[in-house]
Design a binder for this molecule. Sequence first.
Ligand SMILES: Cc1cc2nc3c(=O)[nH]c(=O)nc-3n(C[C@H](O)[C@H](O)[C@H](O)COP(=O)(O)OP(=O)(O)OC[C@H]3O[C@@H](n4cnc5c(N)ncnc54)[C@H](O)[C@@H]3O)c2cc1C
Length: 164
Amino acid sequence: MVEEAIVTKVLAFLCNDGSEQSNLDNSDIVVGGGLGLGAAGNLQYLRNLATTIGGGVGCSRPLVQKGWMPADRQIGQSGHTIRPKLYIAAGISGAVQHRVGVEGADLIVAINLDQNAPIFDFAHIGVVACALEFLPALTEAFARRMPPHNSIKGMDRGRLDDQE
Ligand SMILES: Cc1cc2nc3c(=O)[nH]c(=O)nc-3n(C[C@H](O)[C@H](O)[C@H](O)COP(=O)(O)OP(=O)(O)OC[C@H]3O[C@@H](n4cnc5c(N)ncnc54)[C@H](O)[C@@H]3O)c2cc1C
């Protein structure tokens, strides 16, 4: 059999935030979190969204400094420079050192409680909201439209279907 004869099919997207080496440089979708997420446990909201939409997980520098995320997840001047099709930034202020790492993204969606946050100066879509409320709602909205194999473990598919 020759290689061209092998039929391939994408069965699922795997979120790679737990891997030794991040794949942020090559991801079409990146979900980034900042100090606004408030606690390491809340990073689960990022992972759930990334898993649902097939993206990688990144962060601002303070999350690495706090030990919430590994250093290879840092985006910005002293981290990765990314150029995804979609970058979703949650609880990130948009300091210049972060901005230089993300402004090559085709579409930047920023979620921040503070309508005057600098990130809204360069985001294409700004959402003034609490990321801890908005991220799960966004994940559920995507999950309704994605194939079942991308749904989050523990997410109540029946409950989602009921709302449709
Ligand atoms: C030499 C040098 C290199 C640096 N390199 C980098 C780098 O590579 N990458 C990098 O990211 N930074 C880098 N920094 C740090 C940078 O200057 C900023 O301090 C950092 O980016 C801020 O991170 P943050 O946005 O997560 O935190 P903050 O600036 O504290 O912003 C948190 C944001 O979350 C919002 N928020 C709070 N609660 C919520 C909520 N519930 N929902 C939604 N939003 C909320 C707040 O309004 C605020 O805008 C560097 C700094 C120096 C000096």
